[in-house]
Ligand binder design. Structure first.
Ligand SMILES: C[S@@+](CC[C@H](N)C(=O)[O-])C[C@H]1O[C@@H](n2cnc3c(N)ncnc32)[C@H](O)[C@@H]1O
Length: 307
Protein backbone atom coordinates (compact mmCIF):
# COMPACT_ATOMS: atom_id res chain seq x y z
CA UNK A 1 0.00 0.00 0.00
CA UNK A 2 1.05 3.62 -0.65
CA UNK A 3 2.50 6.01 1.96
CA UNK A 4 -0.82 7.68 2.75
CA UNK A 5 -3.30 4.95 1.90
CA UNK A 6 -3.78 4.20 5.58
CA UNK A 7 -6.28 5.54 8.06
CA UNK A 8 -3.87 6.63 10.78
CA UNK A 9 -1.47 8.27 8.35
CA UNK A 10 -4.37 10.15 6.73
CA UNK A 11 -5.62 11.16 10.16
CA UNK A 12 -2.26 12.71 11.15
CA UNK A 13 -1.72 14.21 7.70
CA UNK A 14 -4.95 16.17 7.98
CA UNK A 15 -4.18 17.34 11.52
CA UNK A 16 -1.85 19.92 10.00
CA UNK A 17 -2.97 20.01 6.34
CA UNK A 18 -6.38 21.27 7.46
CA UNK A 19 -4.68 24.60 8.35
CA UNK A 20 -4.14 25.52 4.73
CA UNK A 21 -6.26 22.97 2.88
CA UNK A 22 -8.90 25.47 1.71
CA UNK A 23 -6.28 27.98 0.58
CA UNK A 24 -3.71 25.80 -1.16
CA UNK A 25 -5.14 22.40 -1.97
CA UNK A 26 -8.70 22.72 -3.25
CA UNK A 27 -8.17 25.88 -5.35
CA UNK A 28 -5.54 23.97 -7.34
CA UNK A 29 -6.75 20.39 -7.49
CA UNK A 30 -10.50 20.41 -6.86
CA UNK A 31 -11.96 23.62 -8.14
CA UNK A 32 -15.51 24.92 -8.15
CA UNK A 33 -16.11 24.24 -11.88
CA UNK A 34 -14.89 20.64 -11.33
CA UNK A 35 -17.15 20.22 -8.33
CA UNK A 36 -20.19 21.56 -10.16
CA UNK A 37 -19.60 19.32 -13.16
CA UNK A 38 -19.19 16.27 -10.94
CA UNK A 39 -22.25 16.98 -8.79
CA UNK A 40 -24.38 17.58 -11.88
CA UNK A 41 -24.01 13.91 -12.71
CA UNK A 42 -26.51 13.09 -9.93
CA UNK A 43 -30.24 13.65 -10.09
CA UNK A 44 -31.09 16.41 -7.62
CA UNK A 45 -34.73 16.82 -8.57
CA UNK A 46 -36.99 16.86 -5.51
CA UNK A 47 -33.99 18.17 -3.54
CA UNK A 48 -36.21 19.27 -0.65
CA UNK A 49 -36.85 15.63 0.19
CA UNK A 50 -33.44 14.10 -0.53
CA UNK A 51 -31.32 12.85 2.39
CA UNK A 52 -27.63 13.07 1.50
CA UNK A 53 -24.47 11.72 3.11
CA UNK A 54 -21.12 13.32 2.20
CA UNK A 55 -18.33 10.90 3.08
CA UNK A 56 -14.79 12.21 3.64
CA UNK A 57 -16.47 15.63 3.72
CA UNK A 58 -13.32 17.36 5.04
CA UNK A 59 -13.57 21.15 5.23
CA UNK A 60 -16.95 21.02 3.51
CA UNK A 61 -16.05 22.23 0.03
CA UNK A 62 -18.10 19.54 -1.74
CA UNK A 63 -20.78 19.84 0.93
CA UNK A 64 -21.15 23.50 -0.04
CA UNK A 65 -21.92 22.39 -3.59
CA UNK A 66 -24.45 19.84 -2.32
CA UNK A 67 -26.04 22.54 -0.15
CA UNK A 68 -26.78 24.49 -3.32
CA UNK A 69 -28.94 21.58 -4.45
CA UNK A 70 -30.61 20.29 -1.29
CA UNK A 71 -31.36 22.05 2.04
CA UNK A 72 -28.33 21.89 4.34
CA UNK A 73 -30.45 20.27 7.07
CA UNK A 74 -30.82 17.19 4.81
CA UNK A 75 -27.04 16.66 4.64
CA UNK A 76 -24.90 14.66 7.02
CA UNK A 77 -21.13 14.95 6.78
CA UNK A 78 -18.82 12.11 7.76
CA UNK A 79 -15.05 12.37 8.12
CA UNK A 80 -12.43 10.69 10.26
CA UNK A 81 -10.57 13.97 10.87
CA UNK A 82 -11.91 16.26 13.64
CA UNK A 83 -9.61 19.06 12.41
CA UNK A 84 -11.07 18.99 8.92
CA UNK A 85 -14.60 18.75 10.27
CA UNK A 86 -14.15 21.74 12.58
CA UNK A 87 -13.36 23.89 9.54
CA UNK A 88 -16.55 22.76 7.81
CA UNK A 89 -18.64 23.37 10.92
CA UNK A 90 -17.89 27.11 10.96
CA UNK A 91 -18.95 27.70 7.35
CA UNK A 92 -22.22 29.68 7.49
CA UNK A 93 -23.85 27.86 4.56
CA UNK A 94 -23.26 24.54 6.37
CA UNK A 95 -24.77 25.70 9.68
CA UNK A 96 -27.73 23.34 9.37
CA UNK A 97 -25.76 20.26 8.30
CA UNK A 98 -25.13 17.46 10.74
CA UNK A 99 -21.60 16.20 11.37
CA UNK A 100 -20.39 12.82 12.45
CA UNK A 101 -16.89 11.45 12.86
CA UNK A 102 -16.68 8.12 11.12
CA UNK A 103 -14.92 5.78 8.75
CA UNK A 104 -15.81 5.56 5.06
CA UNK A 105 -15.22 1.80 5.17
CA UNK A 106 -17.54 1.31 8.13
CA UNK A 107 -20.23 3.95 7.98
CA UNK A 108 -22.16 4.56 11.19
CA UNK A 109 -25.59 4.25 9.55
CA UNK A 110 -28.22 1.60 9.02
CA UNK A 111 -28.76 0.01 5.61
CA UNK A 112 -31.00 1.93 3.17
CA UNK A 113 -30.81 5.31 4.95
CA UNK A 114 -29.97 7.93 2.30
CA UNK A 115 -31.16 9.00 -1.13
CA UNK A 116 -27.73 10.19 -2.26
CA UNK A 117 -24.18 9.30 -1.28
CA UNK A 118 -21.34 11.64 -2.29
CA UNK A 119 -17.65 11.20 -1.66
CA UNK A 120 -15.06 13.52 -3.22
CA UNK A 121 -11.30 13.15 -3.03
CA UNK A 122 -11.31 10.70 -0.15
CA UNK A 123 -10.87 7.31 -1.85
CA UNK A 124 -7.14 8.04 -2.22
CA UNK A 125 -6.75 7.29 1.51
CA UNK A 126 -8.95 4.23 1.85
CA UNK A 127 -6.94 1.04 2.46
CA UNK A 128 -9.82 -1.01 1.04
CA UNK A 129 -11.59 1.12 -1.60
CA UNK A 130 -13.91 -1.70 -2.63
CA UNK A 131 -15.14 -1.88 0.96
CA UNK A 132 -15.81 1.89 0.85
CA UNK A 133 -17.90 1.38 -2.29
CA UNK A 134 -19.77 -1.54 -0.68
CA UNK A 135 -20.60 0.84 2.16
CA UNK A 136 -21.87 3.51 -0.25
CA UNK A 137 -24.18 0.86 -1.69
CA UNK A 138 -25.36 -0.34 1.70
CA UNK A 139 -26.32 3.04 3.16
CA UNK A 140 -28.41 4.29 0.23
CA UNK A 141 -32.00 3.31 -0.44
CA UNK A 142 -33.22 1.28 -3.38
CA UNK A 143 -33.20 3.67 -6.36
CA UNK A 144 -30.69 5.95 -4.57
CA UNK A 145 -27.50 7.15 -6.25
CA UNK A 146 -23.88 6.95 -5.10
CA UNK A 147 -21.45 9.48 -6.57
CA UNK A 148 -17.73 8.90 -6.12
CA UNK A 149 -15.14 11.45 -7.24
CA UNK A 150 -11.43 10.74 -7.35
CA UNK A 151 -8.20 11.13 -9.26
CA UNK A 152 -7.16 8.87 -12.12
CA UNK A 153 -3.60 7.53 -12.23
CA UNK A 154 -1.57 10.24 -14.06
CA UNK A 155 -0.03 9.54 -17.47
CA UNK A 156 3.09 11.70 -17.04
CA UNK A 157 5.73 9.24 -15.72
CA UNK A 158 7.08 11.61 -13.02
CA UNK A 159 3.60 12.51 -11.74
CA UNK A 160 2.61 8.84 -11.93
CA UNK A 161 5.61 7.79 -9.87
CA UNK A 162 4.99 10.43 -7.18
CA UNK A 163 1.24 9.78 -7.15
CA UNK A 164 1.62 6.04 -6.77
CA UNK A 165 4.21 6.38 -4.03
CA UNK A 166 1.96 8.81 -2.25
CA UNK A 167 -1.57 7.42 -2.22
CA UNK A 168 -4.19 5.60 -4.26
CA UNK A 169 -4.72 7.00 -7.76
CA UNK A 170 -6.76 4.16 -9.27
CA UNK A 171 -6.55 3.56 -13.02
CA UNK A 172 -9.90 4.39 -14.58
CA UNK A 173 -10.99 0.77 -15.08
CA UNK A 174 -10.71 0.17 -11.34
CA UNK A 175 -13.42 2.73 -10.60
CA UNK A 176 -15.74 0.90 -12.98
CA UNK A 177 -14.74 -2.39 -11.36
CA UNK A 178 -15.57 -1.15 -7.83
CA UNK A 179 -19.04 -0.11 -9.00
CA UNK A 180 -19.78 -3.19 -11.07
CA UNK A 181 -18.65 -5.56 -8.31
CA UNK A 182 -20.83 -3.74 -5.78
CA UNK A 183 -23.84 -4.34 -8.02
CA UNK A 184 -24.70 -0.76 -9.02
CA UNK A 185 -26.84 -0.31 -12.14
CA UNK A 186 -27.05 2.58 -14.60
CA UNK A 187 -23.36 3.38 -14.04
CA UNK A 188 -22.34 6.65 -15.67
CA UNK A 189 -19.26 8.84 -15.42
CA UNK A 190 -17.62 12.06 -16.51
CA UNK A 191 -14.05 13.35 -16.45
CA UNK A 192 -12.94 16.39 -14.52
CA UNK A 193 -9.76 18.45 -14.59
CA UNK A 194 -8.53 21.82 -13.29
CA UNK A 195 -8.05 24.44 -16.00
CA UNK A 196 -4.24 24.11 -15.97
CA UNK A 197 -4.25 20.38 -16.64
CA UNK A 198 -4.08 19.27 -20.28
CA UNK A 199 -4.97 15.69 -19.47
CA UNK A 200 -8.74 15.38 -19.91
CA UNK A 201 -8.71 12.25 -17.75
CA UNK A 202 -7.25 13.86 -14.63
CA UNK A 203 -10.15 12.85 -12.40
CA UNK A 204 -13.38 10.94 -12.62
CA UNK A 205 -16.85 11.30 -11.18
CA UNK A 206 -18.72 8.00 -11.32
CA UNK A 207 -22.30 7.37 -10.32
CA UNK A 208 -24.47 4.29 -9.95
CA UNK A 209 -28.01 3.45 -8.88
CA UNK A 210 -28.84 0.86 -6.23
CA UNK A 211 -31.20 -1.69 -7.79
CA UNK A 212 -32.50 -3.46 -4.66
CA UNK A 213 -32.60 -2.80 -0.90
CA UNK A 214 -30.00 -4.07 1.56
CA UNK A 215 -26.31 -4.76 1.23
CA UNK A 216 -24.34 -5.39 -1.90
CA UNK A 217 -24.64 -9.10 -2.73
CA UNK A 218 -20.83 -9.15 -3.06
CA UNK A 219 -20.05 -7.43 0.27
CA UNK A 220 -18.27 -9.46 2.98
CA UNK A 221 -19.94 -10.22 6.29
CA UNK A 222 -20.21 -7.33 8.76
CA UNK A 223 -17.12 -6.74 10.89
CA UNK A 224 -14.70 -8.56 8.64
CA UNK A 225 -12.61 -5.45 7.91
CA UNK A 226 -10.30 -3.55 10.24
CA UNK A 227 -11.10 -0.34 12.10
CA UNK A 228 -8.59 2.52 12.37
CA UNK A 229 -7.81 1.53 15.96
CA UNK A 230 -7.37 -2.12 15.06
CA UNK A 231 -4.78 -1.63 12.32
CA UNK A 232 -2.81 -4.87 12.60
CA UNK A 233 0.64 -3.72 11.42
CA UNK A 234 3.37 -4.74 13.91
CA UNK A 235 3.99 -3.75 17.54
CA UNK A 236 3.64 -0.28 19.07
CA UNK A 237 7.18 0.96 18.33
CA UNK A 238 7.38 -0.50 14.84
CA UNK A 239 3.95 0.76 13.99
CA UNK A 240 4.73 4.30 15.16
CA UNK A 241 8.09 4.41 13.39
CA UNK A 242 6.34 3.28 10.24
CA UNK A 243 3.65 5.92 10.75
CA UNK A 244 6.24 8.70 11.20
CA UNK A 245 8.27 7.59 8.19
CA UNK A 246 5.23 7.36 5.95
CA UNK A 247 3.90 10.67 7.20
CA UNK A 248 7.17 12.49 6.49
CA UNK A 249 7.70 10.90 3.08
CA UNK A 250 4.01 11.18 2.19
CA UNK A 251 3.94 14.86 3.18
CA UNK A 252 7.01 15.51 1.03
CA UNK A 253 5.40 13.79 -1.96
CA UNK A 254 2.22 15.78 -1.33
CA UNK A 255 4.04 19.08 -1.11
CA UNK A 256 5.86 18.43 -4.36
CA UNK A 257 2.48 18.46 -6.05
CA UNK A 258 1.68 22.02 -4.90
CA UNK A 259 4.60 23.84 -6.62
CA UNK A 260 4.28 21.52 -9.64
CA UNK A 261 0.61 22.42 -9.97
CA UNK A 262 1.26 26.12 -9.37
CA UNK A 263 3.83 26.16 -12.16
CA UNK A 264 1.42 24.32 -14.42
CA UNK A 265 -1.25 26.85 -13.44
CA UNK A 266 0.78 29.92 -14.44
CA UNK A 267 2.21 28.35 -17.59
CA UNK A 268 -1.13 26.97 -18.82
CA UNK A 269 -1.77 29.82 -21.33
CA UNK A 270 1.79 29.46 -22.70
CA UNK A 271 1.27 25.73 -23.12
CA UNK A 272 -1.98 26.37 -24.97
CA UNK A 273 -4.08 24.58 -22.36
CA UNK A 274 -7.67 25.71 -22.73
CA UNK A 275 -9.96 26.32 -19.79
CA UNK A 276 -11.46 28.97 -17.56
CA UNK A 277 -8.48 30.46 -15.68
CA UNK A 278 -8.92 30.65 -11.91
CA UNK A 279 -7.13 33.64 -10.33
CA UNK A 280 -4.43 32.82 -7.77
CA UNK A 281 -5.23 33.63 -4.15
CA UNK A 282 -2.84 35.34 -1.71
CA UNK A 283 -1.48 32.07 -0.29
CA UNK A 284 -0.83 30.59 -3.73
CA UNK A 285 0.98 33.77 -4.77
CA UNK A 286 3.10 33.59 -1.61
CA UNK A 287 4.16 30.01 -2.42
CA UNK A 288 4.91 30.98 -6.00
CA UNK A 289 7.01 34.01 -5.00
CA UNK A 290 8.83 31.87 -2.43
CA UNK A 291 9.56 29.31 -5.12
CA UNK A 292 10.81 32.08 -7.43
CA UNK A 293 13.04 33.50 -4.70
CA UNK A 294 14.60 30.09 -3.92
CA UNK A 295 15.18 29.38 -7.63
CA UNK A 296 16.72 32.84 -8.15
CA UNK A 297 18.99 32.30 -5.15
CA UNK A 298 20.35 29.02 -6.51
CA UNK A 299 20.73 30.34 -10.05
CA UNK A 300 22.62 33.44 -8.87
CA UNK A 301 24.79 31.35 -6.56
CA UNK A 302 25.71 29.02 -9.42
CA UNK A 303 26.56 32.02 -11.65
CA UNK A 304 28.73 33.73 -9.03
CA UNK A 305 30.52 30.50 -8.14
CA UNK A 306 31.54 30.00 -11.75
CA UNK A 307 33.22 33.42 -11.87
C1 LIG B 1 -8.89 15.55 0.00
S1 LIG B 1 -9.97 15.68 1.39
C2 LIG B 1 -11.51 15.93 0.58
C3 LIG B 1 -12.44 16.71 1.42
C4 LIG B 1 -13.76 17.11 0.78
N1 LIG B 1 -14.52 15.99 0.29
C5 LIG B 1 -13.60 18.15 -0.28
O1 LIG B 1 -14.28 18.05 -1.28
O2 LIG B 1 -12.81 19.08 -0.14
C6 LIG B 1 -10.06 13.98 1.92
C7 LIG B 1 -10.84 13.81 3.21
O3 LIG B 1 -11.09 12.41 3.38
C8 LIG B 1 -10.99 12.13 4.77
N2 LIG B 1 -10.75 10.68 4.94
C9 LIG B 1 -9.67 9.98 4.58
N3 LIG B 1 -9.85 8.67 4.88
C10 LIG B 1 -11.07 8.57 5.43
C11 LIG B 1 -11.83 7.48 5.96
N4 LIG B 1 -11.36 6.22 5.95
N5 LIG B 1 -13.05 7.74 6.46
C12 LIG B 1 -13.55 9.00 6.48
N6 LIG B 1 -12.88 10.08 6.00
C13 LIG B 1 -11.66 9.86 5.48
C14 LIG B 1 -9.84 13.00 5.24
O4 LIG B 1 -9.85 13.18 6.63
C15 LIG B 1 -10.08 14.28 4.44
O5 LIG B 1 -10.85 15.21 5.15
Amino acid sequence: MRLMQHKREAYWFYRYLSNFYDKLVNPLFWTEPMREKALDLADWSGGELLKVVDVGSGTGFTTQGIARRVPAKNIICVDQSPEQMERAMVKPDLDDCRFRLGDAERLPFADDTFDRYVSAGSIEYWPDPQQGVFESYRVIKEGGQALLIGPIEPVNPISKFIANAWMLFPPEHEYHGYYERAGFKDIRYTYIRPHWQENERYGIAIIGTKPAPGRSPAAPQRGSHALVEADPEGGWLGRNLLLTGRLLAGSLAGFLFIPMALLAHVTAPLRGVEGEVQPLNREQKAVLYGLGAVTAFFVLRAIFRKR
